[in-house]
Design a protein around this ligand. Structure first.
Ligand SMILES: Cc1ncc(COP(=O)(O)O)c(C=O)c1O
Length: 454
């Protein structure tokens, strides 16, 4: 059965349950408000089912007190949304949400010594061990997003007035994490090709030491940045950081979960990944891994003493505020993990797919690629100012014509109105879909008389 229909039926059945449950406590009878509302919603749900079955209209369901359209992006569309691609759930993760979506669905299994990463059944402890191994690190913890990983590290290493180094292409959450610890950021500039090199990292460190008289306390480097998804010299930069004895945080938001990442080989002290961005997991989720040396600090347990009425919280980790991902996000990470491990072995295929698509897009005269080229990542920034955007000048929908043409062809994820510089990702799409995408760009170009080289 179409998943949308199945879900709508489930909502209909839930509505019946609600009617039953509240039969006692709500005024009933055909004119009672609650009864009228339930009837109205039931009618909408039934109409939604018949709309889907007859293939007319976009189904919209008004959930109780809220407006919640059925989300059918992955089932009904080819989704090229750049940041959704690798966070899309696996079927196992979807099942896990149904089974473990309830509040505290992990904590009801928590036994002595009372910490999330120590729960053996279900195998949360084992998952932590495997995560660390997968990343080539000694210890790992799940966190609510990469940003919480940054925060745990900055909160451990940075004190008021300390300096941390990031780059001109670093994600804003690194800046906020440092600010949260009352530190200051100095940026390594990207070169003219939008790449962060080891030489410029060394120069920035030298400059900070010379001008400010102190050695930075942390260096954070994004393996692939969020703007271009260009690859930066993480190996070289890690070497430089070692020379100056500065701990290195490797931001793998766009790498952990899609390509092989070995923190030890890179020379990272901390590896951070984003579950919802690159590990086929529900938001918010992520991972913070550390070498054993740094694990002792960043995963330190509470030392609280004093007026705490004879209570001790000894095993709880301060930076994790005891426990982190307790339910659905954790179980989606766990359920997707075997698939994630497997898919990292096929990263080359993903590069071949994006390269194929871009070759076809570049044949549309005026289109350029703003990211480094040839590509090393499936996420790419393109510039269609001199191709698709030229149409928007005269089209009655202006720039929105483009996303609308894409949507008509069953393609979602192009930012509505964007026709100049925009990002897309082919990550995880089948070859069939990638070819269809390329044909669709051609079709739109030809429809509007843009020149396409054959
Ligand atoms: C490069 C990069 N790092 C970190 C983050 C933050 O990740 P999260 O949402 O998992 O906290 C993002 C999110 O967009 C990102 O693009």
């Amino acid at each position: 059965m179409d998943l949308r229909i199945q879900k709508t039926y489930e909502a209909l059945f839930a509505l019946e349950d609600i009617r039953e449950i509240f039969r006692e406590s709500l005024p009933t009878g055909p004119d009672a408000d609650g009864e009228k509302e339930i009837k109205r919603i039931a009618e909408e749900l039934k109409k939604t089912i018949s709309d889907i079955e007859s293939g007319t209209g976009q189904p919209k369901v008004r959930a109780i007190g809220n407006s919640l359209p059925i989300r059918d992006r992955e089932e009904a569309y080819i989704n090229i949304q750049p940041i959704q691609a690798a966070g899309r759930l696996t079927a196992d993760a979807r099942k896990a949400i149904i089974s473990y979506g309830d509040g505290y669905s992990a904590c009801d299994q928590c036994r002595k010594p009372f910490r999330l990463d120590k729960i053996e059944k279900p195998c949360i402890a084992g998952f932590h061990r495997e995560l660390a191994e997968f990343l080539g690190m000694d210890e790992a913890r799940v966190v609510p997003g990469a940003r919480r990983g940054f925060q745990a590290v900055t909160s451990t290493l940075i004190e008021k007035g300390d300096i941390a180094i990031a780059t001109s292409l670093s994600h804003y959450t690194e800046f906020l994490a440092v600010e949260n610890s009352h530190g200051q950021i100095r940026e390594i500039p990207a070169d003219k090709n939008n790449i962060i090199t080891a030489d410029s990292a060394a120069e920035k460190i030298e400059e900070v030491i010379r001008k400010e008289g102190k050695t930075p306390k942390l260096l954070m480097i994004d393996h692939f940045d969020y703007t271009y998804a260009n690859e930066h010299d993480v190996y070289g930069i890690a070497k430089v950081a070692k020379q100056y004895d500065i701990p290195l945080l490797y931001n793998g938001a766009y790498s952990v979960g899609v390509m092989p990442v070995d923190g030890r080989k890179i020379g990272a002290d901390f590896v951070v990944g984003s579950g919802h961005k690159s590990m086929a997991s529900a938001a918010p989720s992520g991972v913070l891994a550390a070498t054993s040396e740094w694990a002792e600090e960043v995963f330190r347990t509470t030392q609280i003493t004093g007026d705490v009425t004879n209570r001790r919280f000894g095993i709880k980790e301060v930076e994790m505020l005891g426990c982190t991902l307790m339910g659905a996000p954790l179980f989606t990470m766990m359920a997707s993990f075997p698939h994630v491990v497997e898919r990292t072995k096929h990263w080359d295929d993903e590069i071949t797919k994006i390269s194929f698509l871009l070759d076809r897009m570049l044949a549309i005269k005026g289109t350029t690629v703003l990211s480094e080229y040839p590509r090393k990542h499936a996420l790419t920034k393109v510039d269609t100012t001199d191709s698709f955007d030229t149409v928007s000048k005269t089209h009655k929908k202006r720039g929105f014509y483009f996303s609308s043409e894409m949507s008509k062809r069953g393609i979602a994820g192009v930012f509505p109105g964007a026709t100049k510089q925009w990002k897309l990702s082919t990550y995880g799409l089948s070859w069939e879909k990638v070819r269809y995408l390329a044909d669709s760009f051609d079709e739109i170009a030809e429809k509007y008389n843009l020149e396409v080289a054959k």
